[in-house]
Design a binder for this molecule. Structure first.
Ligand code: 26Q
Length: 818
């Protein structure tokens, strides 16, 4: 191997100290005595990077020389979380670095505090991408994660009088030590203009004459495998104005306009869109999508393949995995490059394209299926629109051939929709173009086949498959819950971190009273740790004698945070009305974490309601010591890492048939929380694995939901019929939680009474009954602990390592490069 001379600093405390001080002096330009915590953090990150660098460069060379099939994961979001601990762990540098810092008089905890997490995603989908690239690196699979280097990630949430106020997330402000810009590898990305045909030696060809462009500059991040010496690459693109673009306007003499043009170009990677469903068809969003996808595909073709590579063999070298429809514009882009730029025949290019893409769907909500108006798409990407039309024409010919001239079917399956305006249905394009289409949990994949995409499943039965989501045990057990990790390692050896099915070994220990006692001690310590974190962060505490009831996820009506609120209000009402004595109930602390999309008014109102209920309940001496509601602002990966290990009860209460999978449910179960949940998403599989005795099931099944809709759902009937529900709703409507003002939460109440799309009232009684079972179960602490241990023991399936094996076997047909 022709390697550049790279120096791996010696892995000793002395070596680390030397390298750290060198970085502090030469990279940060400060002496130790003059340095502040941020300087020290940047130098520390630099030192960790230095240790990983030789491996990274080696892997890049190996992957290039061996021409192994590469997984190109295309995702508009990566919700990475903090990097320092993760990279120290992967490189086995934790102890050395801690000791080295101590010798310099610096505490590692201070360094952890200084780091700002890159929040380059909204929620589940972005975090899934981060778990997947961790697992792929750990399994030595050649992978490039491609995405966008947003200058501002998901907004920072604050509460003002209980209402959400968004602040920009300036995550780059204090320096960004984990990324490497590569301006020399920039791609030029074009937009707008028109197309024309021309004669190329007797063959009519098409070319695109765009009218503006931007530079896509890659920023590489290391993705180290856990203890395997491998480092993959996450390549995020930043938009920068091109010189040519500047110059043209500049030469026209309009300096101010040229600066404005620069701002315009650089807007493309400025900010993450904070919507995660029902997105509006905003032009800038489409620019973002095409920008990162065109840069990624052309990067792979230009820079990753060896020169002279025969593109007919592309499917042997790459699979582009589409993380939802956000990168689907990659399909016509690859066609354009192959046909217009590389001179390939359409048929050959299409055969290749259909082998190079696979599509993962993450939703079941019809309003979340992405469409782009033909108008907008044609203006921004005229050549791509032509290509989409041709793909659709040929696809619809195939449909006719197969099913006859069935107008209804043609209209339903067309990639171009006509109502309410002419638009491109991105999920259909992805389904037609992809070699495989997968859902993210068994139930979800079934519903995709039977409902959302059933006509496509009929036409291409073999395309459809399932890969149930997973989460990385490195971040969400080993790092987030070090005490549990030690307990497991002591019991089972260290192998579980990369072979999570080994957790099965804990089943026997669940029967061991001493092990249960030690587990209970870990849980209590995690609650105290959470309390410390919340005290420092928000000035609130939690009591480790309380049952900790956790609902953390984006705020969405389908996820039904309002059902959780109704439960809390019911408990509160029962106490203050004297129906039950405070002393007779199981003390609970309810903890919420949730951001609402800034434009989602109902979601924001629900946040206001939760905060208002919290403030009344927490200040009422009648329930003091019995009920507490905590809603720390700005739930993110970092806070998740403190909340999840402390949880007793995991709230997974979406309406059946709405949550594609969920992944918080997996993280919580793997940290020994018991789930109260509906038969939805991956809850179904969690319950199958942990057993009915260790799971609190409630609510309608998906077919029951359908049946109730069909028969005509009247939420007010449920209100009328249930005195407990009436009492809770009436208390909210009375203004009890809004200083007597009945108007504040009226929209929530009337929505529940007269619309209730997500059938909160229909599932209320069943939920309250299940919560009573929770209280009973928690009263027997030892039995609860046994169930918690069994949850962990039986959830090894939910490692993202297993998800990656499934993708490799069923979709990618790629292999580890050992
Ligand atoms: C699309 C277009 C314009 C602007 C924004 C968006 C957009 C952004 C993010 C649409 C959707 C998302 C995110 C969706 C998401 O997180 N879905 C979740 O994915 C998880 C991983 O598969 C599942 O576990 C969850 O069930 C699913 O809700």
């Amino acid at each position: 191997l022709a390697l550049a001379p790279v120096i791996a600093p010696p892995a000793s405390v002395d070596g680390f100290v030397k390298q750290f001080l060198a970085n502090l002096n030469f990279d940060q330009g400060v002496s130790l005595s003059a340095s502040d915590a941020n300087d020290q953090y940047l130098a520390l990150a630099g030192t960790v990077r230095d240790y990983l660098m030789a491996r990274w460069l080696e892997d890049q060379t190996r992957q290039r020389e061996q021409q192994a099939k590469t997984v190109c994961y295309l995702s508009a979001e990566y919700l990475l979380g903090k990097q320092l601990d993760n990279n120290l762990l992967a490189a086995r540098l934790g102890e050395i670095a801690t000791e080295a810092l101590a010798q310099c008089g610096i505490s590692m905890d201070d360094m952890r505090e200084v780091e700002v997490e890159p929040g380059l995603g909204n929620g589940g989908l972005g975090r899934l991408a981060a778990c997947f690239i961790d697992s792929l690196a750990t399994m030595s699979v050649p992978t490039i994660g491609y995405g966008i280097r947003y200058e501002y990630g998901i907004f920072r949430q604050t509460f003002v009088d209980g209402e959400q106020v968004e602040q920009p997330d300036a995550w780059l402000q204090m320096g960004s030590p984990w990324e490497f810009p590569h301006p020399e590898a920039a791609q030029t990305i074009s937009f707008g203009g028109r197309t024309e045909t021309y004669d190329d030696k007797g063959v009519t060809r098409t070319r695109w004459i765009p009218d503006w462009n931007v530079l896509a500059v890659p920023y590489n991040m290391m993705v180290p495998g856990y203890h395997n010496g491998r480092v993959n690459t996450l390549r995020l693109w930043r938009a920068v104005a091109t010189n040519a673009f500047d110059l043209r306007i500049f030469n026209s003499g309009d300096y101010e306009e040229s600066v404005r043009a620069q701002t315009f170009a650089e807007n493309i990677s400025k900010v993450l869109y904070p919507e995660d469903s029902t997105p509006q068809g905003k032009e800038l969003r489409l620019q973002q999508q095409y920008f990162f996808v065109a840069a990624s595909i052309n990067d792979f073709l230009d820079n990753v393949l060896l020169e002279g590579f025969d593109l007919n063999n592309l499917p042997d070298r790459v699979i582009f995995q589409l993380n939802d429809t956000h990168p689907v514009i990659a399909v016509p882009e690859l066609m354009r490059v192959l046909v217009d730029e590389r001179g390939m025949e359409w048929e050959d290019a299409w055969a290749i394209t259909q082998k190079c893409f696979a599509y993962t769907c993450h939703t079941l909500l019809p309003e979340a299926l992405e469409v782009w108006s033909v108008d907008l798409l044609g203006r921004l990407l005229p050549r791509h629109l032509e290509i989409i039309y041709r793909i659709n024409d040929e696809f619809l010919d195939e449909v006719r051939e197969r099913f006859g001239d069935d107008m209804m079917r043609i209209r339903n399956m067309s990639i171009i929709g006509e109502h309410p305006y002419r638009s491109v249905r991105m999920a259909y394009l992805a389904t037609v173009a992809g070699a495989k289409v997968n859902g993210v949990a068994e139930l979800h994949s079934q519903l995709l086949r039977d409902k959302v995409l059933h006509e496509f499943a009929e036409m291409y039965p073999d395309k459809f498959t399932n890969v149930t989501n997973g989460v990385t045990p490195r971040r969400f057990i080993r790092l987030a819950n070090p005490s549990l990790a030690s307990l497991i390692t002591e019991a089972l050896g260290a192998g579980w971190t990369v072979d999570l099915e080994r957790l099965r070994g804990l089943e026997a220990l669940a029967e061991d009273p001493e092990f249960r006692e030690r587990f209970a001690a870990v849980k209590a310590a995690n609650k105290r740790h959470l309390s410390d974190v919340l005290q420092r962060r928000d000035g609130v505490t939690i009591d480790d004698s309380h049952l900790l009831d956790v609902m953390v996820k984006r705020l969405h009506e389908y996820k039904r945070q309002t059902l959780k609120v109704l439960h809390i209000v019911t408990e509160y009402e029962r106490i203050i009305s004297g129906t039950v004595a405070a002393a007779d109930i199981q003390p609970r602390t309810f903890i919420f974490g949730a951001k609402a999309a800034p434009g989602y008014a109902m979601a924001k109102r629900i946040i206001h309601l939760i905060n208002s209920v919290a403030s009344v309940v927490n200040n009422d001496p009648r329930v003091e010591g019995s009920l507490k509601v905590v809603f720390p602002p700005n739930y993110n990966v970092t806070l998740a890492e403190s909340i999840i290990p402390a949880a007793d009860l995991s709230e997974q209460i979406s309406l059946a048939g709405k949550e594609a999978s969920g992944t918080g449910n997996m993280k919580l179960a793997l940290n020994g929380a018991l789930t109260i949940g509906t038969d939805d998403g991956a809850n179904v599989e969690i319950r199958q694995l942990v057993g009915d005795d260790n799971f609190f099931l409630f609510g309608m099944t998906e077919p029951e939901v359908e049946a109730l809709w069909a028969k005509g759902y009247k939420p007010a009937d449920f209100y009328q019929a249930d005195p407990q529900l009436r009492a809770a709703m009436d208390l909210i409507a009375s203004g009890e939680f809004s200083g007597g003002d009945r108007t504040v939460f009226e929209p929530i109440v009337s929505n529940l009474l007269y619309d209730d799309r997500f059938m909160v009232l229909a599932d209320y009684a069943s939920y309250i009954e299940a919560q009573a079972q929770v209280d009973l179960a928690y009263a027997d602490q030892d039995a609860w602990t046994r169930s918690a241990i069994l949850n962990i023991a039986r959830c090894g399936f939910f490692s993202s390592d297993r998800s990656m094996r499934d993708y490799l076997d069923r979709i990618w047909h790629a292999r580890p490069l050992l």
